[in-house]
Design a protein around this ligand. Structure first.
Ligand code: GLY
Ligand code: MN
Ligand code: MN
Length: 460
């Protein structure tokens, strides 16, 4: 079977090489309260290698390419209550694995599978108790050494090769991510339009009303669930970075920040838009918005292969630093030039997060942010704000097929010297970008960012 999952297993096996064996569990089911569980979500590494979304499953892959799946056995009674189970027998054809067993056989079969391999690989620090579980399977192997068995002598972090593989999205992954971003873009448009329409009709609008619009659009288009807890933040709530859609009223004259994206077939989208609740920016809102938009444009222009992961951030910060001086949020007499604002990190008062992150199956996706070939090139500097010594390594060189977010923002909390007209304004503009061979494709561009376009959209 030559599914994309089988191809990934083959590529991973080849990377691990003879003598290696890898163990990958899916995610546990998690209790929410009493006898209710959280909605189940598979483990991303496990799904990447199997396409299998049932809980209680493990994949074992050897360096010579043999794959073994452990999964829930068929059980008519349990299936009446909990739903269909693929079962080991059908799993072989359905998933293209070489062998499959009931989960109940895991503890007896794993020692035999591990035997005579030199190294065992599993994801470190991702599944609580996994290292102890592996130890428990190695103990019986050691007991058989007297009989001539070989016990693995190395344990390695499987995240290292898998993160590298996942960092470059193949055509199928890119296609899914495009569709996820399109659905999310439609959801943002729906929420914006609904907000203005409700205010025009004289209705009370609360953050949860817009959260409901987002969810409606996600599910209407086949998304399984939001990729993360949606942020719908009215007015000053936008200055709380991890705010969640809550019950605050949304008032005419305020801005609304929505950071929300759906998950589609295992892949996340992550979009932020900030818009005037009534469909029309005030002067100060527009001035700050246009500054964030200019920094966003600079970051998009810096998102191209050959550049480094930090380049879009640095490009955004350069624009924001100058704009904060020009708009009087930072005092030129005190802070000097934009270069000085950057060197002193004075902009941090208003912009305290990074400009992006990898995006994929996980919203903050895996993948090293350091260029692997340059990890040894360490430089040290003193952080001007904390006085701490920071260690820097060269950031990742961008390549076609990587997917990242571009999300500059400004968050203005009242403070001495900060012009009152900007108080409590929080703005972020976040798009999802696939690196192409020449630049980047903004897959979330289905929802506009230009202030005039947002105002036009909200009039409609
Ligand atoms: N929504 C999470 C983030 O923007 O990183
Ligand atoms: Mn986001
Ligand atoms: Mn993000």
């Amino acid at each position: 079977m030559n599914s994309v999952y089988a191809q990934r297993r083959a590529a991973l096996a080849q990377h691990l090489g003879p003598g290696a064996i890898a163990i990958i569990p899916t995610a546990p089911e998690r209790q929410r309260n009493r006898d209710s569980d959280f909605l189940y979500r598979h483990d991303s590494y496990f799904y990447y290698l199997t396409g299998f979304t049932e809980p209680q499953a493990w994949l074992v892959l050897t360096g010579d390419g043999h794959s073994t799946l452990f999964c829930q056995p068929k059980d008519v009674e349990r299936e009446i209550w909990d739903g269909f189970r693929l079962g080991p027998q059908a799993a072989i054809a359905a998933l293209g694995v070489d062998s499959a067993w009931s989960l109940g056989e895991l503890d007896t079969r794993l020692p035999r599978l591990l035997e005579n391999h030199a190294s065992v690989w599993y994801p470190f620090a991702t599944h609580s108790g996994l290292a102890a579980r592996v130890e428990s399977w190695l103990a019986p192997v050691r007991a058989r050494v007297r009989l001539g068995a070989l016990c693995p002598t190395q344990q390695n972090d499987l995240c290292v090769p898998l993160d590298e593989m996942r960092l470059i999205k193949d055509a199928q992954e890119q296609d899914t991510m495009r569709r996820a971003a399109q659905i999310s873009a439609g959801a943002h448009i729906r929420a914006m339009q609904r907000c203005a329409a409700m205010l025009r009709a004289g209705q009370e609008v609360h953050e949860y009303h817009l959260d409901a619009e987002l969810l409606h659009e996600f599910r209407q288009h086949g998304s399984q669930y939001p990729a993360y807890g949606s942020i719908v933040a009215a007015g000053a709530n936008a200055c709380v970075l991890h705010y969640r859609a809550d019950a605050a009223p949304i008032r005419s004259g305020e801005l609304v920040l929505i950071d929300a994206g759906c998950e589609l077939d295992g892949y996340a989208s992550d979009i932020t838009r900030t818009f005037p609740a009534n469909g029309q920016f005030t002067g100060p809102q527009r001035a700050l918005y246009e500054l964030v938009l200019a920094s966003h444009g600079a970051a998009v222009a810096a998102t191209r292969p050959g550049n480094r992961f930090n380049d879009p951030h640095n490009a955004a910060v350069a624009v924001l630093a100058q704009g904060l001086l020009d708009l009087g949020l930072l005092d030129k007499n005190k802070h000097g030039s934009a270069q000085e604002v950057i060197a002193s990190r004075a902009y941090f008062q208003f912009y305290m997060h990074r400009t992006g992150h990898w995006l994929g199956m996980d919203v903050h996706d895996c993948g090293s942010y350091v260029e692997p070939s340059e990890v040894g090139q360490i430089s040290q500097r003193t952080d001007p704000l904390s006085g701490d010594t920071l260690v820097d390594r060269p950031s990742r060189i961008l390549r076609a097929g990587m997917v990242l977010t571009i999300e500059p923002g400004l968050y203005v909390r009242p403070a001495p010297g900060v012009p009152e007209q900007f108080h409590h304004i929080g703005i972020r503009i976040e798009d999802d970008a696939i690196l192409t061979t020449t630049g980047c494709e903004l897959i979330s561009a289905g929802v506009p960012v230009a202030p005039d376009e947002i105002e036009a959209l909200m009039r409609g």
